[in-house]
Design a binder for this molecule. Sequence first.
Ligand SMILES: [Mg+2]
Length: 166
Amino acid sequence: MKQLYIDFDGVILDTMTKSYETLKATGIDPKDQKKAMEFFRNVDWQKLISETDVINDSINEIKKICDSKKFNVYILTHINSTNEMIEKIKFLHKVLPQVTVVSVPKEISKTEVVNPSAAILIDDYSGNLKEWQKKLGIAIKFVRNYENSDFPEITHLSEVIGMFNQ
Ligand SMILES: [Mg+2]
């Protein structure tokens, strides 16, 4: 079975759209790095997750991937705080109890926490995908609308099932 890592923010839940709205509403300039980082460290993730939409039926899409028995599935997510890690794990264990969650501190590359070699990463951020490819991993970009990027693109997570025959 292939190792399959799936990003959380912007792939499973639309947390970034929601938290940027809140950031702007509080009057913080998103370009003010220091204040923005402090804001993100202090986000109430229980509240954020409860108010955030699931993207393109992602939870059911991941269940389909697990049912295909083609992949070892992990959620690989960057975190800014312990609260963020705890609330993401609690949420994922409730909706996807069969899936392992790997949390990566924001300051560290995802490629330094897991071994990308011959493993698949589905992520909405090209920066993460570039690093993944450099370390001989297979990069797939999750998009809402096709972007013609440098990576194979999918709009629904279960599309990955048909991309690998083994
Ligand atoms: Mg993301």
